[in-house]
Design a protein around this ligand. Structure first.
Ligand SMILES: [Zn+2]
Ligand SMILES: [Zn+2]
Length: 449
């Protein structure tokens, strides 16, 4: 039975009481992406496995080991996307977006899947926001993508440090790889088993290793920035100059590397200490070889991705402002069938005006209805029974202070004394109160949480 009532390991439910935070975040990231000309692209949840084999790396790459790959009923090898870039590029190539009007700017908001070892904050189904800017090799595009993340974090109330590096191009990287190889090969026997294996194929990956001994050996390793060719040096200088011109502070971190060949030049990360020491909450960079590697034209690209679960955790840990939860404006209780029908009719009028309103849909006693209204946190309530139907009036009670307004049950929504007009009048009072002096608004209450 437990298998029916417990979600698979590494998955997470977003409950109705929490989903407003996700809606806010998803709206905000797309709104800001739009200011930079990035429009949303929606790509399938699964792709041909070959696409990810080509993009996320060779057989030893961690991401590929963690992929959810299966054979479908037609005998094709299919993989649930482990990230958003490959599908986005596949789509841009397939639909000929790269043929004109460059750069192409696309933003995505999607779930991704990796079979990771269960540990805190690592889900097997997780959510990413990212952008891809395709077709420009100029440093201005690197800087624009970075500035968008900067702007977004400001808007979300997240403080993060920008760390920057350049990993050069295939030309200058060859010399670096050689120097790096020599550095690590001198202490080959001390390396962890994974790194002994990596050393021959891709010594840059050793800089990423979390094993203490490999990190210690990596301390004095040569630095890519010392090996950049003329073109890569100039590109990096231009990126930095642009960022400085925009007032965006950065730190150079020569330890940011990417293990895959198609990554080039700029790499960057935004790092926060709100959810553990120095965690990366956004990673991005340039990938000038990838579009071609996926069968498209020889065009450059730059982008980033961020995990939304981590962004939300960072926002909560930072006390970032969230919008107020939606609130139930009116609960209209009733006794008997005729009153129940009247309540349903009035509640419908409120909904037509855009207010959340409720009436009894269970057939409960008035006492139980009011208990439910309290639980919902309804701002107003009224109870309709035979005497209210007879008099054509009812008392609308403001739940927080108990004050009462009489409403006319037969008044149309636009007529004086109707339920709709009473709710509008109370909202006006509130706005007037907020304008008149200091008071607690829903927003400031949430910001201080
Ligand atoms: Zn170079
Ligand atoms: Zn190692």
């Amino acid at each position: 039975m437990a298998i029916l009532t417990k979600g698979p390991r590494g998955t997470q439910d977003v409950l109705p009481s929490q989903s407003y935070k996700w809606q806010y975040l998803e709206h905000k990231v797309m709104e800001i992406a739009g200011l930079y000309g990035f429009r949303e692209i929606r790509v399938p949840t699964f792709e041909h496995t070959e696409l990810f084999n080509r993009s996320v790396g060779d057989t030893t790459d961690v991401v590929q080991k963690e992929m959810y790959t299966f054979e479908d009923k037609g005998g094709r090898s299919i993989t649930l996307r482990p990230e958003g870039t490959a599908g986005t590029l596949r789509s841009a190539i397939e639909h000929g977006l790269l043929g004109d009007a460059l750069p192409v700017k696309a933003a995505y908001l999607l779930s991704a899947f990796r079979y990771e070892k269960p540990q805190a904050g690592r889900l097997r189904e997780f959510h990413q926001f990212g952008v891809e800017m395709l077709g420009s090799s100029a440093a201005a595009s690197d800087a624009e993508v970075i500035s968008m993340v900067f702007h977004l974090f400001q808007a979300l109330g997240i403080q993060a440090k920008l760390e920057l590096n350049s990993i050069g191009c295939p030309t200058c990287r060859a010399n670096y790889q050689k120097a790096l190889y020599e550095h690590f090969a001198a202490r080959r026997e001390e390396l962890c088993d994974t790194c002994k294996d990596r050393l021959e194929r891709n010594p840059m990956r050793l800089l990423d290793c979390k094993s203490p001994i490999c990190q210690q050996i990596g301390q004095g390793a040569p630095v890519m920035l010392d090996f950049l060719c003329e073109e890569c040096t100039a590109h990096f200088a231009q990126v930095k100059a642009r960022l400085e011109a925009m007032g965006i502070a950065y730190e150079i971190n020569p330890k940011i590397v990417r293990g895959l060949d198609y990554y080039t030049k700029t790499v960057f990360e935004f790092v926060s200490d709100k959810i553990g020491a120095q965690s990366t909450i956004c990673a991005g960079g340039r990938y000038d070889g990838l579009i071609q590697q996926l069968g498209g034209p020889a065009l450059p690209g730059v982008g980033f991705a961020m995990g939304l679960e981590r962004i939300l955790m960072t926002m909560e840990a930072s006390g970032s402002p969230f919008p107020a939860q939606p609130e139930c404006m009116v609960y209209l209780g009733s006794m008997g069938d005729a009153a129940g029908a009247k309540a349903a009719q009035l509640v419908e009028q409120l909904r037509q005006e855009g207010f959340w309103a409720e009436c009894d849909t269970v057939g409960r006693s008035v006492k139980a209805q009011m208990k439910y209204a309290n639980k919902l946190g309804a701002r107003f309530s009224a109870i309709l029974g035979d005497s209210e139907l007879e008099s054509g009036t009812a008392d609308l009670k403001k739940m927080d202070d108990g004050s009462v307004t009489q409403i006319r049950l037969d008044a149309g929504p636009d007529e004086p004394g109707s339920l709709v007009q009473a709710v509008y009048a109370s909202r006006l009072d509130e706005v007037a109160g907020a304008l008149a002096g200091p008071g607690e608004t829903a927003d400031s209450k949430n910001a201080n949480r």
